[in-house]
Design a protein around this ligand. Structure first.
Ligand code: HSE
Length: 398
């Protein structure tokens, strides 16, 4: 470690407290939290004198050489992070929405001001997936990154499938345990996974993708009918994000629930754990597994970034800067399970072919091929319909 790290911490929620706890367990690290910026005065686990109420106070404090941003408001996070970078300070952030939506600018600011922005905690909690994609998988062999990227959804699905609990009860537990975001639809509707996937994509293939152009659909509409269907066929339902290399310099990405067979690595990823399958030429598949949410697991990822800035580590964005360009393509087909009630809802789906269908008194379903592009076109309407979609056994067909 070259220099003492004098940290200005912004945010003292679940992850902020987690960071303070894991820092206490790391006496070898020459780092000190100088000030913590919070929104309001209230009784906390640390003395009042360490708190302040303006992030600018930290950014403008010459004694502070590292800003650690751990708040959930992505707009305020953007303001704080960009101001700190422009002030020449290194920054560690866990705000996936802010990072995914502003990647191009954040990369440019790091170059322009010669500073480092690290964000391992923004994707998959304690799993060091970003730094591994950047450093170990720094070649042309990578084919796909597929995984359970959201701890809260996975916790809910685990409780539903393994403990026969209800959706609402399980969501409440995920909130009480500090896994869920302030607005849980961020978790259960696949936005959190989407932002994480966009971040993983730049470190996997060098492509900056606008999250608005990517299909994300989550588990908030799952019904007992869908759960029973999956169980009868020997599947579990998991919320999965995937980025995959296609032919001719193209990549595809999407977030969708998936019917997962027992022989898949992600089948056994339970509770708030995340699991990422990295596929490549020469090495086939590798699997990274670990806690994806919670105070201490996420705090440990922030701690690792803090240490890394102390060692002058920066993301080099090697795929983006040194390799051929990959372009995001909305082409291709998916085989999906669509559970629906009304003909009006069904009319939104242009199936290319149907392999299985069922009509019942309460619900109906169809399994068939559909164009990814067609789903992207109606992605904002999907959540309003009385339907549920999951990718079935077969995935992309290009
Ligand atoms: N709400 C997030 C999750 C927290 O459940 O995965 C970690 O990013």
């Amino acid at each position: 470690m070259k220099k003492k790290l004098k940290i200005g911490l912004v945010g003292f929620g679940v992850v902020g407290q987690g960071l303070i706890d894991v820092l206490k367990e790391s006496p070898a690290l020459d780092a000190e939290v100088i000030k913590i910026c919070v929104k309001n005065k209230k009784e906390r686990t640390l003395p009042e004198s360490i708190f302040c109420y303006s992030a600018d106070e930290l950014i403008n404090d010459d004694n502070i050489n590292l800003i650690v941003e751990l708040i959930s408001d992505s707009q305020e996070a953007y303001r704080i992070v960009t101001s700190a970078l422009k002030k020449g300070k290194n920054v560690v952030s866990a705000n996936k929405k802010m990072i995914a939506e502003n990647l191009a600018e954040l990369i440019q600011l790091q170059e322009q001001y010669g500073v480092s922005l690290l964000y391992e905690a923004s994707a998959c909690g304690s799993i060091p997936v970003i730094r591994n994609l950047e450093e170990y998988y720094d070649n042309d062999l990578l084919l796909s990154v597929t995984g359970i990227l959201n701890g809260s959804s996975n916790y809910i699905l685990s409780k539903i499938f393994d403990h026969n609990k209800g959706y609402n009860e399980s969501l409440k537990e995920a909130q009480d345990l500090g896994f869920a975001e302030a607005d849980p639809s961020f978790d259960v509707d696949g936005f959190d996974s989407l932002f994480k996937l966009v971040i993983l994509t730049v470190h996997s293939f060098g492509t900056i993708v606008n999250p608005k152009d990517v299909l994300n659909y989550g588990i908030s509409n799952i019904s007992d009918f869908d759960i029973q269907y999956a169980k009868e066929k020997g599947y579990k339902i998991k919320l999965v994000g995937q980025v995959e290399k296609l032919e001719q310099n193209k990549i595809s990405l999407f977030v969708l629930p998936r019917l997962v067979r027992k022989d898949k690595y992600i089948y056994s990823v339970e509770d708030e754990f995340n699991g990422v399958v990295i596929k490549g030429l020469a090495y086939d598949k590798q699997f990274m597994f670990g806690k994806g949410a919670g105070a201490h697991p996420t705090g440990s990822a922030v701690l690792s970034d803090i240490t890394a800035t102390g060692n002058d580590y920066k993301y080099e964005y090697k795929k983006k800067n040194n390799y051929r360009d990959f372009f995001y393509e909305q082409s291709g087909e998916l085989e999906i399970y669509l559970r629906y009630k009304s003909k009006e809802d069904l009319a939104h789906f242009n199936f290319i072919s149907i392999s299985e269908e069922y009509t019942g008194s309460k619900y109906n379903y169809k399994i068939g091929l559909i164009k990814l592009k067609d789903l992207i076109t109606i992605k904002d309407k999907l959540r309003q319909m009385d339907i549920f979609i999951a990718v079935t056994r077969k995935t992309l067909n290009y």
